[in-house]
Ligand binder design. Structure first.
Ligand code: PLP
Length: 418
């Protein structure tokens, strides 16, 4: 009889899979940060190497609030007033006054009717579809929606379909095709995380009004900074208050710790409160995060200064990259992808930039489609012009080394392959 339960072949087979990832240049490694999140951080990479101070161009700390003193103070005060853990799910004994207060504040901020907190936006997306739709209904998603939406849709019994990315003609065909369903729900990200482009929400809402269809928007990469007052993509496209379901995260611009929500029509939120499994079967959002997120909403509601600076930084950085001759995805968001197409090239450029003191990460399949490898740079209100001027020097140097400045997609692909 075997002495352990692990099958003899398990390690061999899984190690071969891991080695194959390394051989293909697809293996992901963590970099240990020895500092709070911010524009400049101390990083240990590779593990065991001496600490290196680098400029951070890859966090979702869009508004620079992750380590803001007022947010930290609010977290400390929340800890003192409401304790550390609730040791319960919401509906048993895990709901404090501040949980409801945050839900009400989010409802106002997002322009909806009600809101329900989750431990993450991934949890919100995992729970919402199954809670509100049945096998009589259909979900029609943009083909580039976030992985957590794909997973949430898999848990729901409604029929699934997709439309080509941001293709309104194709979306309308699908709306017509599924006219016989009880309810249709169109599902999109507000800002698409890998390309940084925005969903055409004005057109989507108009089409859905015409075809009596509900709209779902995951605004994780928009809440707090897209739109004139940072209310997200609905504000940007003039459809604030018209979206049936919004999910978003507090783990990006809104403080960056964790947590998320479903916000929308009263009945939709109430069904989530009754049925959403991550809400029913997972612990409540920690009070300390609730207290800090309330402060974040105060800060972003008091002034648009941070989102304005972020917008300026994004425009400035796009200009610098373009002048230097990099191939970037056009857009207006603080997500600025530098296209390299080849996965190994993306890894090599990221490594060389790190050596030059700029922290960015290469993205490649399966995070983006094959042959679409890139470095995704992300701006923050915490960046100064001096930071970005320094970063572009590093980008120029590394770009020159790999001979990609001023090169077209075809020239890069001819040289490096896909
Ligand atoms: C980051 C992200 C999520 C996950 O949010 P968490 O709160 O970290 O779980 C979900 N959807 C989109 C579109 C995201 O960008």
């Amino acid at each position: 009889m075997a002495t352990e339960t692990l099958p003899a072949t398990f390690r061999d087979i899984t190690r071969a899979e891991l080695e194959a990832l390394k051989a293909a240049g697809l293996f992901k490694e963590e970099r240990y940060i020895h500092a709070p999140q911010g524009a400049e951080i101390e990083v240990e990479f590779p593990a065991g190497a001496p600490l290196k101070k680098v400029l951070n161009l890859c966090s979702n700390n869009y508004l620079g609030l992750s380590s803001h003193p007022d947010v930290l103070a609010a977290a400390h005060a929340g800890l003192d007033r409401r304790g550390y853990g609730m040791s319960s799910v919401r509906f048993i004994c895990g709901t404090q006054d501040i949980h409801r207060e945050l839900e009400n504040r989010l409802t106002e901020f997002l322009g909806t009717e009600d809101t329900l907190l989750f431990s993450s936006c991934l949890d919100a997306n995992a729970g919402v579809f199954e809670a509100i739709l049945s096998d009589k209904d259909v979900m029609i998603a943009d083909r580039l929606v976030h992985a957590s939406i794909v997973d949430g849709m898999r848990l729901c019994k409604a029929m699934q379909d997709t439309y080509k990315h941001s293709d309104m003609g194709h979306l309308e065909e699908k709306l017509v095709e599924h006219a016989g369903k009880r309810f249709r729900l169109v599902i999109t990200d507000g800002v698409f995380s890998m390309d940084g482009d925005l969903a055409k929400l004005d057109e989507i809402v108009a089409l859905c009004q015409k075809h009596d269809t509900m709209v779902f928007v995951d605004d994780s990469h928009a809440s707090g900074f897209i739109g004139r007052t940072g209310r997200g993509t609905p504000e940007r496209f003039g459809v604030f208050g018209k979206i049936d379901v919004i999910t978003t995260t507090f783990g990006k611009a809104l403080g960056g710790a964790s947590g998320g929500c479903v916000s929308g029509r009263r009945e939709i939120v109430e069904l989530c409160r009754q049925r959403a499994r991550p809400y029913l079967f997972s612990n409540t959002l920690a009070s300390v995060i609730v207290a800090a997120t309330l402060k974040v909403l105060d800060l972003v509601s008091a002034t648009t200064e941070r989102r304005d600076r972020l917008e300026h930084n994004a425009r400035y950085w796009r200009g610098l990259l373009t002048q230097a001759g990099f191939d970037i995805k056009a857009g207006e968001s603080p997500i600025v992808p530098v296209m390299l197409y080849n996965a190994k090239l993306a890894q090599d450029v990221a490594r060389d930039l790190f050596a030059e003191g700029v922290y960015v990460v290469g993205f490649f399949f399966p995070v983006v489609p094959k042959g679409q490898a890139r470095i995704r740079t992300q701006l923050s209100a915490g960046h100064t012009t001096a930071h970005l001027d320094k970063a572009i020097e590093a980008f120029r140097k590394v770009g020159k080394k790999h001979d990609i400045l001023g090169k077209s997609k075809n020239e890069i692909v001819d040289r490096y392959g896909l």
